[in-house]
Design a protein around this ligand. Structure first.
Ligand code: ADP
Length: 497
């Protein structure tokens, strides 16, 4: 049976992005539509907020839905939905200026928006309102991270009677276990769940936990992280809830959109290159050094790091390692947005005399520069404390830039250490969350980089040859999960007596 699928998410590339969530939502929606065998009844519907300053596709048409105003009993809000079929899916931007026409998708660099419960509750309720009036309601609602969990709760709390939605199976994907969408008790009414949303005496609602408990199937974005998330050390307080779901909690490794991320066609690059002909990479390197003001005469390897400025990503570990890396001859190119505090130690090193023309630190979101860095750097750093999957290392591999990663979660699943498995390795990995271990891995990188030759070229080639295409295994795995979830909701409920 061809199924109808709808996504609700806070980000989707190229319209609005802070991290990998956006890459996944976009690429998975498109890949599902491209799977053969008529798997989907029609393209996936993707609901996301209409943020200020976001990219907008051409041809949007506007419709409106009316939803109950969670802040004023008995009143309604009129919410716009801007829709267009584009990029292989049907994009719907939920348009409500009081919620989304402001700086910052989630908050300012200093704090989350205090009314995020209202904002994402509204996203979800508007999406449900639209879906339930469609001729063919969805068989499967795929909700991404805590921002979309209110849809599941609203459906059950206030739309449970609604025949169009009651039968939909719900799959929750956890892209980041660290963000729970904690909603304090005084903010819970903003979620639009009606009375009784909060158990008596509770001081708030952990949205991610509620989603884990109630979705028909829950997954995270790599098998490695799925296993780690079950442990108290890595479960971020949700490991008991995840363990309780038994085999209804699974790991599905993310893919990569190999059409969007392809050095042979990437228009941001100074020169195209491919696995068969990598000569353009040297030109990309030269152009990158010029762009970042790094000395072209310096022979030292250039390591790039790109990511949200969040403790998770280990910018502080890099900052601690930076003086010894400079001493060993490395240069660093760093691009990120988020908390200024997270990058302050690195900025301090970047201002030291030893770092002059050797560390470039760019605090902004810049899609083209990111691409130029994946292509032009010699190595790519991801010293993450935890990593549900990680996108950067996959892009780096595809761009022939060996990753240096901490062996955790999806990084462990996608990067093979070349010194451990010389004939199969694709990068460098280290275990401990320490500057010393990062420095040691970088030293192994430098040894091989400086030796160069056929062994170095083979390392790059193995990385570039990996098939990360969503259509090969990740999207089919989601389709299997959808079918399983639908089957689970159709099973007669077994009641204990
Ligand atoms: P996470 O999802 O935890 O943010 P990932 O590695 O999965 O981390 O994905 C990060 C994605 O966001 C990659 O595509 C990366 O290139 C991109 N990215 C992160 N920060 C920036 C930035 N400042 N400018 C451009 N792209 C960025």
């Amino acid at each position: 049976m061809a199924i109808r699928v709808a996504f609700i998410a806070a980000e989707c590339e190229p319209w609005a992005k802070t991290g990998g969530l956006a890459d996944v939502v976009d690429a998975l929606a498109r890949a599902l539509g491209q799977l053969g065998g008529g798997a989907l009844e029609r393209p996936v519907d993707v609901f996301m907020p209409h943020y200020r300053g976001m990219r907008e596709p051409a041809g949007l048409t506007r419709a409106e839905v009316r939803i109950p105003d969670p802040l004023a009993a008995g009143s309604e809000l009129v919410v716009g939905i801007l829709s267009v079929e584009t990029h292989g899916y049907r994009l719907h931007l939920v348009d409500h200026p009081p919620a989304f026409d402001r700086e910052g998708m989630y908050g300012t660099p200093d704090a989350d928006h205090p009314d995020n419960a209202f904002r994402f509750g509204l996203l979800c309720r508007a999406a449900l309102e639209r879906l339930r009036h469609e001729e063919r309601p969805p068989d499967l609602l795929h909700i991404h991270d805590w921002h979309a969990v209110p849809a599941l709760l609203q459906r059950d709390a206030v739309l449970g009677h609604d025949a169009a939605l009651a039968g939909a199976a719900v799959v929750l994907t956890i892209h980041n276990l660290a963000y729970h969408g904690w909603t304090p008790a005084n903010r819970v009414p903003e979620l639009g769940l009606g009375p009784g949303a909060l158990p008596r005496g509770a001081d708030g609602l952990d949205l991610l936990r509620a989603g884990i408990e109630r979705a028909d199937l829950v997954n995270t974005v790599s098998p490695g992280f799925a296993a780690e998330a079950l442990t108290p050390a890595m479960g971020m307080g949700l490991d008991p809830a995840l363990r309780a779901r038994g085999d209804r909690f699974i790991g599905i490794l993310n893919g990569l959109d190999t059409d969007l991320w392809d050095p042979a066609t990437d228009e941001a690059l100074a020169a195209p290159y491919s696995q068969a002909d990598r000569s353009g990479k040297a030109r990309c390197r030269k152009a990158l050094l010029a762009t970042l003001g790094l000395d072209p005469a310096d022979p030292g390897p250039v390591l790039a790091m790109i990511g949200r400025l969040d403790r998770q990503k280990g910018f502080d570990i890099l900052a601690e390692a930076a003086p010894s890396l400079l001493e060993r001859g490395f240069r660093l190119a760093v691009l990120g947005t988020g908390s200024h505090e997270v990058v302050a130690p690195l900025r301090a090193v970047a201002l030291s005399p030893a770092a002059l023309s050797r560390i470039a630190l760019e605090e902004r979101f810049d899609r083209d520069l990111a691409r130029q860095m994946y292509a032009g750097a010699d190595g790519f750093l991801m010293p993450s404390r935890f990593e549900p999957c990680g996108t950067g290392q996959m892009i780096a591999l595809r761009y022939g830039t060996p990753p240096i990663v901490r062996a955790t979660g999806g990084l462990r699943d996608t990067v093979i250490d070349v010194d451990t498995r010389p004939g199969a390795g694709t990068g460098f990995s280290f275990e401990g969350e320490t500057a010393a271990e990062l420095t040691a891995a970088c030293a192994r990188f430098a040894d091989r980089f400086e030796r160069g030759g056929a062994a170095w070229e083979a390392l790059l080639e193995r990385g570039m040859a990996i098939d990360f295409d969503w259509r090969s295994s990740s999207a089919p795995a989601y389709l299997d999960a959808y079918r399983r979830a639908i089957g689970l909701t159709q099973m007669p409920r077994i009641t204990s007596r």
